[in-house]
Design a protein around this ligand. Structure first.
Ligand code: ZN
Length: 181
């Protein structure tokens, strides 16, 4: 027979790496919903309160939709989050992104003062399908005056399936930044 405190112990709050992995899986699942639309997108980002985990904002890459080469998922999420807070600072917040931020997105994350950036697939993974700038997000952070912990890859294989999905593979052929084989 279970004692009363044993029954309570079954649901431990997730912490550290397992919490990051759970949040990344949820973000990947949300991003995967685009794969069944006419505009599949493998890049999704989410900003949550570092302590409570409460979601502040999430967005997909909207380069084609907005005719804006800078509308990467991470830049958009930071823009929308700062507007929502009416603040220039995202100190106290963590960003999750299905792919390692490019130098533009990582620089923007640093300017925004995010505590942490957690990524899924790597720049090298994305580079199999579309053009990339080969500077690691960790390196961008290390060479700045800002403090931001860059964590990844987390749930890399799962995030990679966003890129290899047949609908995404078909869509990549129409991308201006596609990788020519
Ligand atoms: Zn980017």
């Amino acid at each position: 027979m279970l004692s009363s405190n044993m029954t309570i112990a079954t649901k431990k709050p997730l912490r550290g790496p397992s919490l990051d992995a759970e949040r990344m899986r949820a973000l990947a699942a949300w991003t995967a919903k685009t794969l069944d639309t006419d505009k599949p997108i493998p890049f999704g980002a989410e900003i949550v309160n570092t302590r409570s985990g409460e979601r502040l904002m999430r967005a997909h890459n909207a380069v084609a939709k907005e005719f804006d080469p800078s509308s990467h998922a991470e830049v958009r999420t930071v823009r929308l989050a700062c507007k929502k807070l009416k603040s220039l600072s995202l100190r106290g917040y963590t960003m999750y992104t299905t792919c390692e931020p490019c130098p533009m997105c990582m620089a923007n994350a640093l300017w925004a003062g995010l505590d942490r950036v957690v990524y899924g697939a790597t720049i090298a993974d994305a580079n199999r399908f579309c053009r990339q700038i080969q500077i690691a997000a960790k390196e961008v952070a290390e060479r700045s005056d800002m403090r931001c912990k860059v964590v990844g890859p987390i749930e890399q294989a799962l995030c990679l399936t966003l890129f290899t999905h047949p609908n995404m593979q078909r869509a990549f052929r129409t991308w201006s930044t596609r990788r020519k084989k």
